[in-house]
Structure formats: structure tokens, C-alpha cells
Design a protein around this ligand. Structure first.
Ligand code: SF4
Length: 469
């Protein structure tokens, strides 16, 4: 993690000393053409979306929260947000100075389906974001998630002009029957032609694949992997199908209306993937992520390393790099109203919400984000309605997160760092818990790092649990 310490006159009233770390911005675009059957990400339909209003809300949220980019003691995340601050000249003055123009370093627009956003709206939104944070150089990494149907020459050119330098396309599989079974709206021809076009416009292309799909065979999976590899994407994320609670896929499985490859076949699929990708020069740097040398995702590594990031938009999450996590509400209308102060219906919608009921802001059909420990509801604005959830992680939770996230990465857990953060005693207990699995060949010590071995990856969830119990 790069850390710069700067003292700035402009902030003397508020901040004696400002510690700034490189951080990332995540923007959630919660709209999709149609819900895929397996998906539990927060998204709504894309019909009748007022894209400009949503983009304005994102920009206004960042204006309110830009002080979080400065790790400043008197501008902690709880202290500033008020509706009035959107039009308060004092907040305008708080724009980051030019000397911090390299920060934040990464931007990730995910969803949902960000490629549905009209390019002219995206262009303005990104330009405004750069202005707010005082960024004049290009993003170290600027990723957008794209669905194959949206890949056109015009869009590719426009995304590039916005500063996008990494594109992530959800292919999932190149078998049409499998795509249909999971409710995707594209077919294999669109996925392949989209991938080829993206490769012509961008030199950092990543694709998503899923194995364990309904009626998927090892042969069809091999064909998908081999065909994709012939196009040489720089990065591949591959996941086994997850059965999240409440998704249509889980319901169909429980009703016995779909059949899935068994565990043994899924294991063979995973083995084929890892062997083939390794033979083709891809390094697995995280349990589900493979990259050609130099193409590991900078932004996603922030999540695994526990670096700070600001999440903007409906259902977006943020982390301050220390112990505070924030979750934005799962309600598109409330979000847009909250961050568009000029909207006529603003007051009305908040009155409907009531004076102290966050449940009404989070409709029942969209589960609230899972949180552990005590949740503190903050951001009380406009008639004191709690607008987002903030959670202060306990030491135990911080330790669990550190182990879980680090063990997912190829380099594993840095024991020196762990010792410094959690103490010699805790580190000894962790190593004691690891002893049996090191002997069994599921964990290994490499210098001062504890890692999963290839055998351990297959049972990683159990192993990680054993380490943190
Ligand atoms: S396009 Fe992506 S975010 Fe949208 S429903 Fe499908 S999987 Fe979920």
C-alpha cells in the first residue's frame, strides 16, 4: 500500500495532518435488461431509467463524501453528510488540491450492467468525478463491466474516450443451451464477436466464466475454455455456480427442475481450467482469478488487501482501510431522491418513508446486506432518516477478514504483518491451528507467508474456518 503524508494549509482549520493512501472508487449501476437466474447482486430493470438523474446522484454523493478520501481526524465519515452540504460553498472549497491529483488511483464501474449507461452520460459523470477529486492524470486502472450485447464500435470508442483502460465482460459459457438455462440474454456468437471487438480496442480485457451450470458436461466446459483461450484475453475470472438463497436458480434446483453436474465433474472442470490456464501462461493470483503477467486487477486487489475504497451508488459498499464498513441502501428511488436535492418529490418521498424506519428504505424484495457485529445507523439527514448503514468491525472481525481475504490470494497471509497487527500470541495460536493442515499438505509456509496448497484450495472454506475458530 502506498502511503503519503501531507500537511496542507488549506485544511489547517479542519485537519492538522492528513494521511492519504491510494484508494479506489467503486460505482454501482443497479440496472439490468433481465435478471439472470443465479444472480443475487442488487439490480432492477433497465426500462424507463433516468440515467442522468442516477449519474447526478452518484456525483452528488461523491461531493458529500470526498472528505473520506482524506483520512482526516476531524472529517471522519460520520461527521459531515447533510443535505445542505450539497450546495454549501464550504464543501466546494474542500475539493482535493492539485497536489493530490494522483489519488484516487482506480475506478471500477460495476453492476448490474454498466454498459447500458448511455456513453454521453458516463463521459460527463466520469469527468465530474475527476474534477471533484482534483484528478488530472489518467486512472491507473479504470474498469467497466460490459455485457456482450452492448459491445459496438461506437461504444468501444466512447468508453476509451472516457478513460476506460480495462473492460470486463460476462461471458459465463460459450454453450447456447447453458446460457439459456441460466437466463442470460446473449448467445455464444455475441460473446465471441464482443470479445474480439473488445480486444481490438483495449489491451486489458477480462472475462467471467462459470462452471457447474445446468446440464453442463466436461466436454462443453473444455470447449468453452479452449475457445476463449484462442482469443487471448489478458485476465480470466472463473467461478463455480453458487446457489444463493432466494435466487430462481436455487428454487429450481430445490424443486428438482434442473440437474447439475456432480461434485466430481465440477472438480474435473476446475482442474481442466487451472491446468490449461497455467500451460497458457496465466497465473492464478486469487482463488478465482487468473492473469497473464502484469494484468492482475489493481482495483480488486484493494478488496483482498484491505485497502480503502469508496463505493458510490445504490447498494455500494465502502471501507475506510481501518475498521469502518459502510453499506448504501438497496433502494433506487430513495437513493436518487436523496442525492438530487432539486427533485420536487424529494420531501414527499422522505415523508412517506417515515421518521425512523430504515426498513422502509430497504424494500422487502431485496435483502439487506449481511453484516456482523453491532450495526450503527448513521447519516441521519432530512427529518433524521437513517440513510446508510455503518459497521465498526471488532478486533475479532478484523482478524477473521484478514485471514479470509489473504488466504484467497496466491501469496497467502503475511505473518509478519499479521503479528504486528494482532500480536505475537495470536499469531502463535494461528500457526498452531495451521500445523495439522501443513502436515496434511493443505497449507504451506513460504518464508513468512502461510498459503493454501493446490490440494488446500479445494477445501479452502473449511481450512480458513479452522484457522479463525
Ligand atoms: S447481468 Fe450480471 S448483474 Fe445483471 S442479473 Fe445478470 S449476472 Fe446479475
Amino acid at each position: 500500500m502506498v502511503s503519503i503524508r501531507i500537511t496542507m494549509r488549506e485544511f489547517e482549520d479542519n485537519c492538522q495532518e492528513i494521511s492519504v493512501e491510494k484508494c479506489g472508487i467503486y460505482i454501482h449501476i443497479p440496472f439490468c435488461r433481465k435478471k439472470c437466474l443465479y444472480c443475487d447482486f442488487f439490480s432492477g430493470g433497465a426500462k424507463n431509467v433516468d440515467w442522468q438523474l442516477y449519474a447526478d446522484a452518484i456525483v452528488n454523493e461523491l461531493k458529500e463524501r470526498r472528505h473520506e478520501l482524506l483520512n482526516c481526524s476531524s472529517a471522519q465519515s460520520l461527521s459531515v453528510p447533510t443535505m445542505q452540504s450539497l450546495s454549501n460553498p464550504a464543501v466546494e472549497q474542500c475539493a482535493l488540491p492539485a497536489t493530490l491529483s494522483t489519488l484516487p488511483a482506480t475506478l471500477y464501474i460495476g453492476g448490474g450492467t454498466p454498459s447500458l449507461m448511455p456513453v454521453e452520460v458516463m463521459r460527463e459523470m466520469v469527468a465530474e468525478i475527476k474534477r471533484i477529486v482534483g484528478k488530472t492524470d489518467s486512472w491507473e486502472e479504470f474498469t467497466i463491466e460490459i455485457n456482450p450485447e452492448d459491445v459496438t464500435e461506437d461504444n468501444c470508442r466512447a468508453w476509451r474516450e472516457c478513460g476506460v483502460n480495462r473492460v470486463s465482460m460476462g461471458i459465463q459459457t460459450l454453450n447456447d443451451a447453458e446460457l439459456k438455462a441460466i437466463g442470460r440474454t446473449h448467445d455464444s456468437a455475441a460473446a465471441l464477436s464482443g470479445l474480439r471487438m473488445l480486444k481490438r480496442y483495449f489491451d486489458n480485457v477480462t472475462i467471467d466464466l462459470i462452471f457447474g451450470l445446468p446440464n453442463q458436461t466436461i466436454d462443453s466446459w473444455r470447449k468453452t475454455v479452449d475457445t476463449v483461450l484462442r482469443e487471448h484475453p489478458q485476465h480470466i475470472s472463473a467461478y463455480s455456480l453458487m446457489f444463493e438463497e432466494g435466487t430462481a436458480m436455487t428454487i429450481l434446483r430445490d424443486q428438482g427442475r434442473l440437474s447439475f453436474p456432480d461434485e466430481e465433474v465440477c472438480l474435473a472442470m476446475w482442474n481442466y481450467l487451472t491446468d490449461t490456464l497455467a500451460q497458457n501462461g496465466y497465473r492464478r493470483y486469487e482463488i478465482s482469478n487468473y492473469a497473464l503477467p502484469g494484468y492482475e486487477s489493481i482495483h480488486n486487489r484493494r478488496y483482498w488487501l484491505g485497502n480503502p475504497y469508496i463505493g458510490l451508488g445504490v447498494a455500494a459498499h465502502s471501507y475506510d482501510g481501518n475498521n469502518i464498513r459502510r453499506a448504501n441502501p438497496h433502494n433506487i428511488r430513495a437513493y436518487i431522491s436523496r442525492f438530487n436535492p432539486d427533485l420536487q418529490q424529494k420531501k414527499q418521498s422522505y415523508k412517506q418513508v417515515g421518521s425512523h424506519s430504515s426498513n422502509l428504505l430497504l424494500p422487502n424484495d431485496h435483502p439487506r446486506p449481511e453484516t456482523t457485529g453491532a450495526i450503527k445507523e448513521v447519516g441521519e439527514v432530512l427529518d433524521r432518516v437513517p440513510f446508510y448503514e455503518e459497521e465498526k468491525l471488532t478486533d475479532k472481525e478484523l482478524l477473521e477478514e484478514k485471514v479470509m481475504l489473504s488466504m484467497r490470494m496466491a501469496e497467502g497471509l503475511d505473518l509478519d504483518e499479521f503479528r504486528t497487527k494482532f500480536g505475537e500470541n495470536t499469531c502463535s495460536l494461528l500457526l498452531k491451528a495451521a500445523e495439522k493442515q501443513i502436515k496434511a499438505g493443505n497449507l504451506a509456509l513460504h518464508g513468512n507467508h502461510l498459503r493454501l496448497t493446490p490440494a488446500g484450495i479445494m477445501i479452502s472454506d473449511d481450512l480458513i474456518l479452522q484457522l479463525i475458530m
